[in-house]
Design a protein around this ligand. Structure first.
Ligand SMILES: NC(=O)c1ccc[n+]([C@@H]2O[C@H](COP(=O)([O-])OP(=O)(O)OC[C@H]3O[C@@H](n4cnc5c(N)ncnc54)[C@H](OP(=O)(O)O)[C@@H]3O)[C@@H](O)[C@H]2O)c1
Length: 329
């Protein structure tokens, strides 16, 4: 068996990321060795590739915060050779070498069997982004938001989480308002399920009004900062916003009025450390009631060797939708 993958090395205080020959992982107690068939590209992987200490501190490091594949060796009663598994989050691709390699080892406690209804390529087309979109939408539904409640805003619309959230909400019958920085992608956003598109540079993000017109029933926010603040002020009475990301900013300049005058709720989403049980329930919904028939229009297929270049494009804001990485046959 021969291992290859995407390695980030620290050389003379610079981080370099290349496709390379790697050592074969050796499993310890309660670990499994997985032959990775697919992984994907997420924002966090690109941060890891440039040595962002908020994501990875151990170098050399293999990127890839999610993977799907087949167990080839197990030192745990939880899995046997031949089982098809999915792993997302926990420490995978952060300080533990990730899914952008042909063979990866993980604690058995991080893995789940791939649910019926999703293939290995489908589950990684969704990947961490799809899981996060599902967790966000689960919270809106649990809070009582229905298509009759009103429009749902999705920010970071052309990104992985945003594009999947738009398509799932559309499938569930919601009227979806996409917020994007990419004017040239309006048609694409309409094609994946957005009923309206707002361009972020046309929003009055610097306005000082403590509240704005009551317009939206819910928000799936992936960007944070002034954009999330703007839409919190635009939520209707009993509106709900979920917050999972920070591509605009980690700061949230807001005030208490939306919360105390309109009963607005802001719910945090974490797909990384959440329980395996919660992840499993979300995957089962993605395989069933949230299942998308248009995944091919959202996904660009690439091979492992292309990953380092894609990280550079992602950091320049040039990627659209999801990137599925074929790792091995
Ligand atoms: N909490 C969790 O468990 C979890 C899980 C997955 C991801 N995340 C986080 O969620 C965020 C989105 O992840 P992703 O995988 O969807 O990333 P992505 O594919 O890179 O998409 C991010 C999108 O954000 C928008 N954007 C980029 N720069 C921006 C800026 N300066 N201001 C406002 N919007 C900007 C862009 O969309 P438009 O041009 O269309 O606006 C971009 O496509 C990231 O911060 C990621 O770390 C969190």
């Amino acid at each position: 068996m021969d291992n290859r993958g995407v390695l980030v090395e620290k050389i003379d205080d610079e981080f370099v990321c290349n496709f390379k020959k790697l050592e074969m992982p050796v499993i310890e107690d309660e670990e499994i060795l997985i032959k990775v068939s697919y992984s994907s590209i997420n924002y966090k992987d690109a941060l890891s590739s440039i040595g962002n200490p908020g994501v990875s501190r151990n170098f050399p490091h293999v990127t890839g915060i999610d993977l799907a594949g087949e167990v080839v060796k197990s030192n745990s009663d939880k899995f046997q050779g031949g089982e098809k598994v999915v792993v997302t989050g926990y420490d995978l691709g952060m300080h533990t070498k990730g899914g952008h390699q042909k063979y990866a080892k993980v604690p058995a406690s991080w893995a789940l069997n791939i649910p019926e209804g999703l293939s290995e390529s489908e589950i990684m087309s969704l990947g961490t982004a799809g899981l996060t979109a599902a967790l966000s939408i689960n919270e809106l539904l649990s809070a009582g938001i229905t298509p009759k409640s009103g429009k749902i805003v999705v920010t970071g619309a052309t990104g992985g989480v945003g594009s999947l959230a738009i398509s799932i909400l559309n499938k569930l019958g919601f009227c979806v308002v996409a917020v994007s920085g990419k004017k040239e992608k309006i048609k694409f956003l309409n094609s994946i399920g957005a009923d309206e598109v707002l361009l972020r540079d046309e929003l009055d993000l610097e306005g000082s009004k403590p509240m704005l017109k009551s317009e939206y029933a819910g928000v799936v926010d992936t960007v944070g900062g002034k954009i999330l603040s703007y839409f919190l002020k635009s939520l209707k009475y009993d509106g709900v916003a979920t917050c999972c990301g920070l591509t605009s900013s980690h700061e949230l300049p807001t005030n208490v009025f939306p919360f105390i005058l309109r009963g607005v709720r802001l719910i945090g989403i974490d797909s990384v450390e959440c329980t395996l049980k919660k992840k499993q329930a979300a995957w089962e919904r993605l395989a069933d009631e949230y299942k998308l028939n248009n995944l091919d229009t959202l996904v660009t297929r690439i091979i492992l060797e292309e990953v380092p270049t894609k990280f550079q494009e992602l950091l320049l804001g040039r990627l659209v939708g999801r990137y599925l990485v074929k790792v091995s046959d």
